[in-house]
Write a protein of this length. Structure first.
Length: 318
């Protein structure tokens, strides 16, 4: 049997895993690699991308930066989360605030060092990203709308590191040739950004009690739940535009099945939103959005599975 000391150590490891939301990191890594293979650089082929050491370092740095972001966010939100997520917070508190800060600085140092191995541009990119995460956790997230926008943007930023990796240094003529490809990338990014923004606003509805007690100035607190629901509805309707672009203007292969399914799910999402009033109902809506986002990661493969073995297909105008 395990000794009490070993049991406590295991519990602290589990606690730290919960703080950095270790269950999210593999999904983010998978999303970055699948995006590189099927969206950002489909012409290169899967094997080339998987063996790209600089890409590996960028994905590794992104994962560490996101983990450190969860830590600093947890550090600042400890009192609020005690109200909103008491069970998770009690587990997270098995690791002291001092230990969390130590892990935060160690991870950030590792991010900077890893990025520097790639290039000084990558170092500046991730240094700015780390600062933005800290500034968001410390200040920005307490303000209405700008906090939501920043949170959604921060979730998308790691993908720009990979985008710059493949398209940095292109000549003007090469950029002209890739215009259609950039439009596809922008449409995918816009769809993801809108879903993330809607999710952040749902979280505000879900966490009203804790936000109010902690002095956060979110939209539902300042202007009421009804206005917040109207904004969420408008943002959800806006997802139709990138979906239209991806399905009807560009060729996303069998992934159009995913986008059609999203439209159906989002219609029921809005119908349920209009009737929602309790925390449990908002939590369900939050989980629906999370499911759509995670499902989207796996469905990227549907764009063109042949890229896995030949890598010769480019996303072109239909």
């Amino acid at each position: 049997m395990l000794s009490r000391k070993n049991k406590l150590l295991i519990m602290k490891i589990v606690s730290l895993f919960s703080v950095v939301r270790g269950y999210n990191i593999p999904i983010i890594i998978l999303a970055q690699y699948l995006s590189a293979i099927f969206i950002l650089a489909p012409e290169k082929g899967a094997l080339y991308i998987l063996l790209d050491f600089d890409l590996f370092l960028l994905v590794f740095a992104s994962s560490l930066a996101i983990a450190s972001g969860y830590i600093i966010n947890n550090f600042y939100d400890s009192q609020k989360d005690l109200i909103n997520r008491p069970n998770k917070t009690m587990l997270d508190r098995l690791v002291s605030q001092k230990t969390k800060l130590t892990a935060y600085f160690i991870l950030n140092f590792a991010v900077a060092l890893t990025a520097l191995l790639v290039s000084w541009r990558a170092f500046l990119f991730f240094s700015s990203y780390i600062f933005l995460i800290w500034f968001y956790s410390h200040k920005i997230k307490k303000y209405p709308l700008i906090g939501n926008l920043t949170a959604a943007l921060m979730a998308v930023i790691p993908f720009f590191a990979i985008l710059l990796h493949y398209y940095n240094g292109l000549t003007f003529e090469e950029i002209e040739n890739y215009k259609g490809h950039f439009a596809v990338i922008f449409a995918h990014a816009s769809f993801l950004f809108l879903l993330l923004l809607v999710r952040e606003m749902i979280k505000d509805l879900e966490n009203i009690k804790g936000d109010l007690a902690s002095g956060y100035r979110t939209i539902p607190i300042l202007y009421g739940e009804e206005l917040s629901k109207k904004i969420i509805t408008a943002l959800t309707i806006l997802t139709v535009f990138p979906i239209y672009i991806l399905i009807d203007i560009y060729d996303v292969g069998y992934m159009d099945i995913y986008f059609y399914s999203c439209l159906i799910v989002l219609i029921f999402f809005l119908l349920y939103l209009s009737k929602s009033e309790k925390k449990e109902q908002y939590l369900l809506l939050h989980n629906i959005l999370k499911f759509i986002i995670v499902a989207g990661v796996f469905c990227i493969v549907l764009i063109d599975p042949s890229v896995l073995w030949n890598g010769k297909r480019m996303l072109m105008l239909a």
